[in-house]
Design a protein around this ligand. Structure first.
Ligand code: PMP
Length: 453
C-alpha cells in the first residue's frame, strides 16, 4: 500500500524492511521486468533482488512506495544540489510549464542561465546546452576533433565520463600493472568497434611520468586530453597538482585541447573544480547541478574554440541539433538552482563535507576499522576492508561495500552502492552525528556477523 505520509525534513529512524518480497516495490519490480530490460532504464540504479520505488521526495528526505523514509545521501548521483523539490525550483518550473514546455524558438531562460554560468567562470566565453553529461562529453570530444582536425583523444584508465563509445574505453578494467607495460585501450561494451579503441589513448591516472611519455608518443594524433579534475570514481581520489599541471602543459605545448569533464566536479564551487584548483581547460563538459534536477548537459569554453558550433558560410564545422536542447523547463530550473548557489552556500556545503569526513574518520578510528575516508568538497566516500561487506561477498580492500550500503539503507540512509555520500543544501551540521552513529552501529553489527576485522 502507498503510504499517505508526507516526507519530512528530519532524519529517518525506522528500519527499512529490505528485501521484502511482499513489498509494493518488489511487486512493481516484478511487473516492470515484463516491459523494461532489467526492470528499468538505468544500469547504475539497478538493485538486486529488486529496486526500491519512490513515492515522493522533499529536501533531503525520500519516501518510498512502502512508506519508508530515507535521508538522501545520493542526490541522484550528484545532480540534486538542493535535494528534492526545492520551492524556488518547483515554482520556476511550474510557472514555465504553464507557459509551455519546449518550443522551436529561442528562449530568454536559456540566455539567463548561459549568462549566469559564463559570468562565474573565467574559462567560459560561450556555452551550448544539451540534455545529459554523456552528450556534453560527446560534444566536447567532437568539438575538439572539429577544432584540431585530429581524430584521437586521451583519457585515464577507469575514468568514467558517461556512455559515448569513445569516453567508455577502458572503463571497469583491472588496473594495468605498470611495471609490465602501458595501459591498453579496452572495450567496455560488447560490439564497440575496433576503430573506437584505435582512437583512444589510455593513460594511467596520477602517474605523471608514464602518462606524459604516452601523451608525447601520441601527440601528433591527439585532439584532446579528457580529464575529470575531481578524479574518479565520483571524486574518490583527486588528480594530483603535478598530474593536472603536466596535462595542462602538454596541451599548451601541443595542438591538443584540455577537455575537463566537470559534470560532477562543477559542484565544487562557483567556478567548479577548475576555479578551485586553478586549471584552465580549453573546453569543459557540464551537466548535473546546472539543470536544477532536470536533464541537462553543456559544453563551454573559449570563444575561438566554441566557434566550431557557429554557422559560417551556411554550415557550422560542428552542426549540433537536439529537440530538447536548452528546453525552457531545464533552463529555468537550472537558473533557480544556480542562483541559490552563492559563494557562501558553496562554502557552507563544502564545510559540511569536511565535517562528514572528519566524523567518519573518527568512526573508523573508534571502531578500529581498516578503512579510509575519501572525497572532496561536498562529497565523501568510504573505502574499507571486508568488515563492511556482506558475509556473502568476500573481497579484499575494495570500495564496493555492499553490506554496509544495505545496512545504511535499511537504517535510513541512501548512499551510492560504492559508499559515496553526496550532500545537498537541504542538509546541515545536525545531520553529521546521526549519520556517524548509524555508520558506527553498522560497522559493529556487520563485524559481529562476519567475525572479520
Ligand atoms: N561524466 C561524469 C564524470 C559523470 O559522473 C557522469 C554521470 N555520472 C557523466 C559524465 C554522464 O552524465 P549523464 O549521466 O548525465 O549522461
Amino acid at each position: 500500500m502507498v503510504s499517505a505520509r508526507k516526507p519530512q525534513d528530519s532524519p529517518a529512524r525506522t528500519p527499512v524492511d529490505y528485501p521484502d518480497p511482499e513489498s509494493r516495490s518488489a511487486a512493481l519490480y516484478r511487473q516492470a521486468g515484463r516491459v523494461l530490460t532489467d526492470g528499468g532504464s538505468r544500469s547504475t540504479i539497478r538493485m538486486a533482488p529488486y529496486s526500491i520505488y519512490v513515492q515522493e521526495a522533499r529536501g533531503k528526505t525520500i519516501l518510498d512506495v512502502d512508506g519508508n523514509s530515507l535521508v538522501d545521501l545520493n542526490n541522484n548521483y550528484t545532480s540534486l544540489i538542493h535535494g528534492h523539490s526545492h520551492p524556488a525550483i518547483v515554482e520556476a518550473v511550474s510557472r514555465q510549464l504553464h507557459r509551455g514546455a519546449a518550443f522551436s524558438f529561442g528562449s530568454e531562460a536559456e540566455l539567463l542561465l548561459a549568462e549566469l554560468i559564463c559570468d562565474r567562470c573565467e574559462n567560459f566565453d560561450k556555452i551550448r546546452f544539451m540534455n545529459s553529461g554523456t552528450e556534453a562529453v560527446m560534444n566536447g570530444i567532437k568539438a575538439a576533433r572539429a577544432y584540431t582536425g585530429k581524430p584521437a583523444i586521451a583519457k585515464c584508465e577507469n575514468a568514467y565520463h558517461g556512455s559515448y563509445d569513445f569516453a567508455e574505453v577502458s572503463l571497469g578494467v583491472e588496473p594495468t600493472a605498470l611495471d609490465h607495460g602501458d595501459p591498453e585501450s579496452r572495450r567496455y561494451a560488447r560490439g564497440a568497434p575496433q576503430a573506437v579503441l584505435d582512437d583512444v589513448v589510455v593513460i594511467p591516472f596520477n602517474q605523471v611520468d608514464i602518462a606524459r611519455r604516452i601523451l608525447e608518443q601520441n601527440a601528433e594524433r591527439l585532439a584532446a586530453v579528457l580529464i575529470d579534475p575531481f578524479g574518479t570514481p565520483m571524486g574518490r581520489t583527486a588528480p594530483s597538482d603535478e598530474f593536472l599541471a603536466m596535462l595542462q602543459q602538454f596541451c599548451a605545448a601541443n595542438p591538443c585541447l584540455f577537455l575537463a569533464d566537470e559534470v560532477v566536479a562543477f559542484r565544487a564551487g562557483p567556478a567548479g573544480t577548475q576555479g578551485a584548483r586553478g586549471i584552465e581547460p580549453d573546453l569543459t563538459a557540464l551537466g548535473k547541478i546546472i539543470g536544477g534536477g532536470l536533464p541537462v548537459g553543456a559544453v563551454a569554453g573559449k570563444a575561438g574554440i566554441m566557434a566550431v558550433f557557429e554557422t559560417q558560410s551556411g554550415k557550422a564545422a560542428l552542426p549540433h541539433g537536439g529537440t530538447f536542447n536548452a528546453n525552457p523547463l531545464t533552463m529555468v530550473a537550472g537558473h533557480a538552482a544556480m542562483q541559490l548557489m552563492t559563494d557562501d552556500e558553496f562554502a557552507r556545503l563544502n564545510d559540511l563535507g569536511d565535517r562528514f569526513r572528519e566524523g567518519i574518520r573518527e568512526v573508523l578510528r573508534l571502531t578500529d576499522t581498516d578503512g579510509v575516508v575519501h572525497g572532496q568538497y561536498s562529497m565523501f566516500a568510504i573505502t574499507a576492508n571486508d568488515v563492511l561487506l556482506d558475509d556473502t561477498i568476500a573481497r579484499g580492500h575494495v570500495y564496493a561495500s555492499n553490506g554496509l550500503h544495505l545496512y545504511l539503507a535499511r537504517n535510513g540512509y541512501w548512499m551510492t552502492p560504492g559508499l559515496t555520500g553526496v550532500l545537498s543544501t537541504a542538509m546541515d551540521t545536525a545531520d553529521v552525528d546521526p549519520f556517524c552513529q548509524t555508520l558506527n552501529d553498522g560497522i559493529r553489527t556487520l563485524r559481529d556477523r562476519t567475525g572479520s576485522v
